[in-house]
Design a protein around this ligand. Structure first.
Ligand code: F6R
Length: 630
């Protein structure tokens, strides 16, 4: 949510800023802006509501020439999407310029106080208070002799390091702020300097030749550098074109070596596919191989990351996540309860946050989040850690905020997911959760070795099965074409088919805007069957399972009422054709592992239906890739 870019170098800043914002579009936004310090010491500020091309059109022909600048894509929280509310924002003097991602929770109080002290506000945003707070701090620091930092802060503390007055002012201003932020700031009084800070929101430093950069995410930096440093909670950074100075939240200088980004630029681009979403759906076999690499060896599942966790007293497991990540947890519950013989509860992040279950050292809380930045999931994990539970993150983003909250982190390694809706991260989450469940079952001795081996072998075969599903998209395309004018669809399944149905319905509604609901098939008679009338479309998970016959009975009930049924069924099952109008075949898989393959036709259906309906598949309306606010 929101994207930040910043650069301090020798070359014109604007091309990097605009290109960087384009590469962060996947995060979701509704306005955009850039600010560049021109060589004559003035600030060039351009902002436009709507898509990035509006900003590009505004800037074209009058590109600012300076080499220091910041840019932003805004996803509105305080104030409607408009030119005035778009970032960057400036202070009263117009000399300080700020972009921000997150929410300043005490902004109303701060704004009232600032207004009472004579500051004039020009936007409805919470961010603008930051510009005015920094303005006040800089005015106070102006009394210090030039270049004499460390300086004394308002309360008499010595603030270490050089990093310029702007860095000290940002640090002091942030002490008055409650909430989440990643920000970048520039000032006409220190035109060679770029300052960044982060708490509960991501910010990455890029170290280049003759230039240094800031961005919300690595894809924005890749055309310029692969050497990066992720800011940790509360850290600040001061950049000029030659130096990167890091500070912890107390203002103390810290040293940290950059890491090298291994993945390729093409991994963050479309590689010939019309959309990132389709590319990521097709990447799943390879992504699954990467997620399982080194975790299924010698016929057993093993995750070294679990070694450091003391699980000896754990008697229950909580899987917490939002959206698709929550559904991945729901699938895992079915497998883990059988394999581990432990009660497993799945909780939505935003529910656990305000109604937490009683937790102690007997609970293992696993926070599942592709981005590792989802505010509700992170808050739930923080609460669990405070309550003394064992905590683990399952995420795709190394060093993300969530990983700084928990005792241990397990990574998906499925590569960057750029399309706003989750596809390869879902199957990656399932694969790693299955591997983790098998490893835990082995450690607890709750499954016989032969069964562990059998399941590990079946899991290892899943990438090929997913590849086989992807090899024949035509039947799905035909059904998607038939969905174009449908306004409502039901997805049903039993057992692991139920969370798979929920995920199928979520995917369809997110990208195609067709209303869809997932239900346990056995619940149809308890209400949703009232929606069934002649011509209604229903998608059923009807692959081989212990409840296959029950699903067939449910299909008969809806067919008797005139519904059109699309069944997702196991290859070779010809009997299903008597119960369904259309059949989408998938390769056979053990029931508990089947969601990894069964979700694939539903992902393709959502994708092709959205394309048929002319929807913006990669960036559906109102959605953001990382939901960093509540
Ligand atoms: C669905 C989707 C969302 C996310 C949810 C959690 O396609 O993308 O429902 O799954 O916002 O995001 P993460 O996993 O990043 O915590």
């Amino acid at each position: 949510m929101c994207g930040i870019v910043g650069v301090v170098g020798r070359e014109p800043a604007a091309p990097f800023l605009l290109d960087g914002l384009r590469r962060l579009e996947y995060r979701g936004y509704d306005s955009a802006g850039i600010a560049v310090i021109a060589p004559n010491g003035t600030l060039h500020l351009h902002r436009a509501a709507g898509k990035l091309q509006n900003l590009v059109a505004l800037v074209t022909g009058r590109e600012p020439h300076g080499a220091v600048g910041i840019g932003h894509t805004r996803w509105a929280t305080h104030g409607r999407p408009s030119d005035e509310n778009a970032h960057p924002h400036t202070d009263c003097t117009g000399r300080i310029c700020v972009v921000h991602n997150g929410i300043i929770e005490n902004f109303a109080t701060l704004r009232d106080q600032l207004q009472a002290r004579g500051h004039t506000f020009r936007s409805e945003t919470d961010t603008e208070v930051l510009a005015h707070l920094i303005e006040e701090e800089l005015a106070r620091l102006a009394a210090c002799p030039p270049a004499s930092l460390p300086v004394t802060a308002a309360d008499g503390r010595q603030v270490e390091g050089d990093g310029g007055r702007l860095r000290v002012a940002v640090h002091e201003a942030l002490l008055r702020v409650q909430g989440a932020y990643a920000l970048a700031a520039i000032s006409l009084d220190e035109p060679h300097l770029l300052v960044g800070a982060a708490r509960h929101a991501p910010l990455v430093v890029g170290i280049g030749d003759d230039a240094n950069y800031l961005a919300s995410d690595i894809p924005a930096l890749l055309p310029r550098t692969r050497l990066v440093i992720r800011l940790r909670e509360g850290e600040l950074v001061a950049l000029d074109r030659d130096r990167v100075l890091l500070y912890d939240e107390t203002g103390r200088a810290v040293e940290r070596l950059p890491t090298y980004v291994e993945w390729d630029q093409s991994a963050a681009e479309k590689a010939g596919y019309p959309h990132f979403t389709l590319k990521e759906i097709h990447e799943q076999p390879e992504a699954l191989r990467r997620a399982l690499a080194g975790r299924l060896t010698d016929g057993r599942a093993y995750l070294a990351e679990l070694d450091g966790l003391d699980l000896s007293r754990v008697t229950r497991v909580y899987l917490v996540g939002c959206g698709t990540s929550h559904y991945a947890g729901m699938v895992a519950k079915y497998a883990w309860e059988q394999w581990l013989r432990l009660p497993v509860e799945c909780i939505i992040g935003s529910e656990m946050r305000y109604a937490p279950p009683p937790l102690d050292e007997h609970a293992l809380v696993i926070a599942i989040s592709q981005s590792g930045e989802t505010a509700d999931t992170r808050a739930a994990a923080e609460w669990a850690a405070r309550a003394g539970a064992r905590t683990l993150a399952l995420t795709n983003v190394v060093g993300s905020s969530l990983t700084q909250t928990v005792e241990a982190s397990v990574y998906l390694y499925v590569g960057p997911e750029i399309g706003v809706v989750s596809t390869k991260a879902f199957t990656g989450q399932l694969a790693v959760l299955y591997a983790m469940g098998l490893d835990l079952a082995a450690r607890r001795g709750t499954l016989p070795p032969e069964q562990l081996q059998e399941l590990a072998a079946a899991l290892a075969a899943m990438p090929e099965r997913v590849a086989a599903c992807l090899a024949r998209p035509e039947p799905v395309q035909r059904i998607a074409a038939a969905c174009v004018n449908v306004d409502h669809l039901l997805f049903i399944g039993r057992g692991v088919g139920y969370p798979t149905a929920l995920e199928g319905a979520l995917k369809l509604k997110e990208v195609s805007y067709i209303h869809a609901e997932g239900y346990p098939a056995g619940e149809l008679k308890h209400g949703p069957i009232a929606l069934v009338e002649p011509g209604k479309l229903l998608i059923a998970l009807a692959t081989a399972s212990a409840t296959y016959d029950k699903v067939l009975s449910n299909l008969e009930e809806v067919k008797a009422r005139g519904a059109r049924v699309v069944a997702i069924a196991t290859e070779g099952d010809t009997a299903i054709q008597r119960h369904a109008d259309h059949v989408l075949y998938v390769p056979a898989a053990p029931e508990l592992l089947s969601p990894i393959v069964n979700v694939v036709p539903m992902q393709l259906l959502a994708y092709y239906a959205a394309v048929e309906r002319g929807c913006d598949v990669d960036q559906p309306r109102n959605l953001a890739k990382s939901v960093t606010v509540e």
